[in-house]
Design a protein around this ligand. Sequence first.
Ligand SMILES: [Mg+2]
Length: 361
Amino acid sequence: MKHPGEGRYDKEKMPDGLKKISPSTAYEKITDVDLSQLYAEGRRLVLLDVDNTLMHWGADEIPGDVRAWVQGGKALGVSFCILSNTNRPERLMRIAGSLGVEALRGKNKPSRQMYEQAMSDHGVEHDQTIMIGDQLLTDVLGANRTGIDAIWLRPLSKKEFLGTRLISRVVERVLGVMLADYFLPVKGEQKRSFFQSESARQFVKFLLVGGTSFVIDYSLTMTFWKGVYIQGARLGDTMGEAGLSAMPWLVGVGGATAREAGFRISKAIGAGTAIVFSFLLNRKWTFKISGKEDRSRQFVKFFTVAGTGMLLNVSLSSWFLQILPFDETNNGRIGIILATGMVAVWNFTGQKLFAFRKAHG
Ligand SMILES: [Mg+2]
């Protein structure tokens, strides 16, 4: 059931942006891969990752069942070649030697270099070759770039090479959580694919709208607060002073200075613009409400949710501005980011379950 078309996972149905990091098949562990089936499909060369694929990260012993799986493949006439990004080549050679297979340590995956070298060493074509590994951004991406199929395995352990760049580790982890359930077959249950589920689609769209709103919010806030000078005076300060004398009960709450009041006003401008933008996009695009259906009530509900969210956002971010231990600019920046993340959760829940809830019956 794990082959495209048979199960719920079909690489061809993945969004174009994710195809390059999408495997053609996925399994829980390497010994689940049926080598006689691969052989029957014409595969003659299996490329292997080491860490978290053949064995736990950094381990020295290959488990007996994995060893038997490799020997079984060799008996069928399948060749193996390990492609590794390791910085411990002597360990790699020891592992390869003990399995009696070849290993390459060339230009790091996802470069095509090791994949191509392995194919030419073995004299096989792309469709006779398949890659097995646990990392989407190295093993799978490299295979797809080379034009060969890849099998993805859930990583054996969460431990990994410390030098793996933080950003790719975060991306792997997020993708792993998001996609593992999607790649891997579920026994006795025909789940809809991840991207076919309405909530997942809504959530992804909400995040895109939210991300764009955040950029709008952040850049407007910082521009109004720190980026505009009129006759040598910072607009943020001028607005803060004006706000303090006009509405001290609102912008001066907690004994704010003119600069802090200016931040609150700038934040209100940024967040307010972002709210209008996200209402329009979330209504039409994320929650697909068309026409005038219930629009005014949705408008009121949306603004109840978003307005509460905005108050939360302004108070949380000005609170962070006052309590964070960094300098003023960084307190402002980090405060915006933290508050926006918290308020995003509030907003999605409120929009989905309250403002844009479809009428039933
Ligand atoms: Mg690995």
